[in-house]
Design a binder for this molecule. Structure first.
Ligand code: GLN
Length: 492
């Protein structure tokens, strides 16, 4: 079969189970595509062909033996922030260019246990700090819809790989939008789960109170399959919740949209810098949801102006603390010929970290330093609580909240926005992380340059199943999620 990359996760699962094709055939098909097309997309940092084929053979044996799960033999790409035993894990940084983890992240281990085949590790902004994937030591990744544009970030490699059909689905992480914004820029469905739903064990830390892993795929149904594997409590992550997981796939077939009250925050649609095409596509998608039985309710989210300053204090503060461990001593990059210990620390960190990471460490260290701590960090935590309360109040009268995922479509590679311009692009995503809520991006059309636009739906705590169902129902009635970039149409 030459079109295996066109199949959904459900079709892959059924095809493998029914012996229409083997996992080896499927894996070879994807590896061929990567070899041919990723020279243009540059989504993979590491391709693990040999291991993938061994995993595929084991999957084929399990399918024959009748011990397969729904996903046995299905390939996946992991964001290079998830530790993979025996395979390089770089977090997009020179600091970890030589790092081979002695263990698997829980998300990776769960994937392996379910029989997923790892195609490789995909590119990202260094330590997940950024919105373009250009802040990677390994260079920029291209947006499959227009190779001169970025795929978004920080999970830009995950988004680009899936959008170019170089992986059927991928893992991503979202500290302030890094699943939703690249999904939006690349025309994908991406779910940021509630904080605590997916284990952070073995996920390289950026801002620990905000970080959360989740699925990036072509549809809500594909995301649901991956959620069924990765969600759940993990004794190795004390912030993961001891709460039953839903069967995200089984729950998809419902009437999620009938009677759904969708909150439309007044403040969100008046943001300066909201692109006219993005606004129009999002409004059209809301109209469609209304036609399908939802009610649109105007709501207030009064804390909107505080989102960017609050996030850009808390995230760098936690980053400055988390990134202390890269000292050139235990692992990671070490400067050559240090004259003394202080020189070793200083030069290892100055040479090993890129500019954006250093900027965040400086901001965070400043905000946490004695004398400024109360004025900045403690205050930001108080504002964070107000932001959360703002959402909880809204959820008293609505079921989900709608927003764009990003104010614009994908930027040009090399657009060189100032840090503040770049941070302002996170306006719609970061509050969700500050509050710990789940949210999903769904593709809802294109701008005048044929770049994808995304709708974001924010849910109350633990409503992942509801978000996936709403988007699934929408995708049953529309075909935006079936559109493919030209490069994805190419055969290897
Ligand atoms: N763009 C945001 C940042 O740079 C979000 C990144 C993320 O979610 N990892 O912090």
């Amino acid at each position: 079969m030459t079109d295996l990359h066109r199949l959904s996760i459900r079709e892959l699962s059924e095809g493998l189970a029914g012996a229409k094709f083997s996992s080896r055939e499927l894996t070879e098909h994807y590896l061929k595509r990567i070899a041919k097309l990723d020279t243009q997309v540059k989504s993979y940092v590491t391709v693990t062909a040999e291991q993938a084929l061994a995993q595929a053979d084991a999957a084929d044996a399990a399918i024959k033996a009748g011990t397969a799960t729904a996903l046995t033999g299905v390939p996946i790409a992991h964001k290079d922030i998830f530790c993979t035993q025996g395979i390089k894990t770089t977090a997009g940084s020179k600091m970890l260019d030589n790092f081979i983890s002695p263990y698997d992240a829980t998300v990776v281990a769960k994937g392996k246990a379910a029989g997923l085949v790892t195609l490789g590790k995909v590119n990202m902004d260094e330590f997940a700090m950024g919105s373009t994937s250009e802040n990677s030591f390994y260079g920029a990744t291209a947006n499959p819809w227009n190779l001169g544009h970025v795929p978004g970030g920080s999970s830009g490699g995950s988004a680009a790989a899936v959008a170019a059909d170089l992986a059927p689905f991928a893992t991503g992480t979202d500290t302030g939008g890094s699943i939703r914004q690249p999904a939006s820029f690349c025309g994908l469905t991406g779910l940021k789960p509630s904080y605590g739903r997916v284990s952070r064990f073995g996920m390289i830390a950026y801002a620990s109170s905000l970080d959360q892993g989740g699925p990036m795929a072509r549809s809500a149904e594909d995301c649901a399959y991956l959620m069924n594997v990765i969600a759940g409590h993990d004794a190795k992550d004390s912030t993961s919740i001891e709460k039953d997981v839903d069967d995200y796939v089984a729950n998809l077939n419902g009437t999620a949209i009938q009677g759904l009250r969708i909150g439309i925050p007044k403040q969100y649609f008046n943001v300066a810098g909201l692109d006219a095409d993005v606004k129009a596509r999002v409004e059209e998608s809301l109209k469609k949801l209304e036609d399908m039985g939802a009610t649109l309710v105007e709501i207030d989210l009064n804390m909107t102006e505080a989102y960017v300053p609050t996030y850009y204090l808390i995230a760098p503060a936690e980053a400055s603390s988390n990134l202390q461990r890269y000292d050139g001593v235990r692992y990671g990059y070490r400067a050559e010929n240090p004259v003394d210990l202080m020189d070793l620390y200083k030069r290892s960190r100055s040479e090993g970290f890129g500019a954006e990471v250093q900027r965040r460490i400086l901001i965070g260290t400043y905000a946490l330093s004695a004398g400024y701590y109360d004025a900045y960090y403690v205050k930001a935590q108080k504002v964070r609580r107000l932001i959360q309360q703002d959402f909880l109040k809204a959820f008293e009268s609505v079921d989900v909240i709608a927003a764009p995922s990003a104010p614009t479509t994908a930027y040009k590679i090399g657009a060189n926005l100032s840090p503040v311009e770049m941070y302002l692009g996170d306006i719609y995503t970061i509050a969700v992380n500050l509050a710990g809520l789940p949210a999903i991006n769904a593709p809802v059309g294109f701008d005048k340059d044929n770049l994808p636009v995304g709708l974001q739906l924010i849910g109350n705590y633990w409503s992942e199943s509801q978000l996936l169902s709403v988007v699934h129902q929408y995708q049953q009635a529309t075909d935006w999620h079936t559109k493919r970039a030209a490069i994805a149409e190419e055969n290897a």
